[in-house]
Design a protein around this ligand. Structure first.
Ligand code: G3P
Length: 217
């Protein structure tokens, strides 16, 4: 299975409104035989983006509730209907309590969404592994959006991979925060990651397509 390169658009101005579809098209045009490229556009643009591109699209978040009397909730079922194939959960910018995360993973999996559950610490990686998501993305919050890559702390990444292998052998590990180069990506893979989660380096790149091609060549 090819490593996953998942680009989170967050709500950066370069990636919201009409620009979400434009950015999604640029990323979808990246040709790679080695990597699987996926995107997580803003929720409000999910439908447009899903219609515009054929690559795997993730929701940035879903809630645990199903259809019914729930105001302002985003259901896994509806996100799936719009064309998303997966969802991020528990991003450090969208934290969930453990119980809610547990229920949301179940609800997402019931609706056949690929779950990328984020964890900010090794302790969190360990707890979340017991919920058996398809992916756990280790992202130390203090490095998110910065210039220092998560791969600068290889021992932690190795520990995270080992932990997950023991608790949930089917769960794959990603890492993210500050990833901005081919070297960061290759280091992550060497340490046992099955891909990376990244954002500002792509979203704010002068030419996002070229940036990714250079990273994934
Ligand atoms: O979801 C990806 C993320 O939190 C990492 O962000 O900007 O450090 O690549 P960034």
């Amino acid at each position: 299975m090819k490593p996953l390169i998942l680009v989170n658009f967050k709500t950066y101005p370069e990636a919201t409104g009409k620009k979400a579809v434009e950015l999604a098209r640029k990323i979808a045009a990246v040709n790679s035989r080695k990597y699987h490229v996926a995107i997580a556009p803003p929720l409000l643009e999910l439908e447009h983006v899903c219609k515009a591109v054929k690559i795997l699209v993730f929701a940035q978040h879903v809630d645990s509730s199903g259809s019914g009397a729930h105001t302002g909730e985003i259901t896994a079922k509806d996100v799936k209907k719009l064309g998303a194939g997966g969802t991020l959960l528990n991003h450090s910018e969208r934290k969930l309590s453990f119980l809610i995360l547990k229920n949301t993973i179940k609800e997402g999996q019931r609706n056949k969404l690929v779950i990328v559950a984020c964890a900010g610490t090794l302790a969190e990686v360990q707890k979340i592994a017991a919920l058996h998501p398809e992916y756990i993305a280790y992202e130390p919050p203090e490095l998110i959006g910065g210039k220092v890559s998560v791969t600068a702390e290889p021992e932690i990444l190795l520990k995270a991979v080992r932990l997950v292998k023991t608790i949930s052998p089917t769960t794959k590990m990603l890492c993210g925060a500050g990833i901005h180069s081919r070297e960061d990506l290759l280091t992550a893979l060497q340490l046992g990651m099955k891909g990376v989660l990244l954002s500002h380096a792509v979203v704010k790149a002068h030419n996002p397509k070229r940036f990714l091609e250079k990273m994934m060549r």
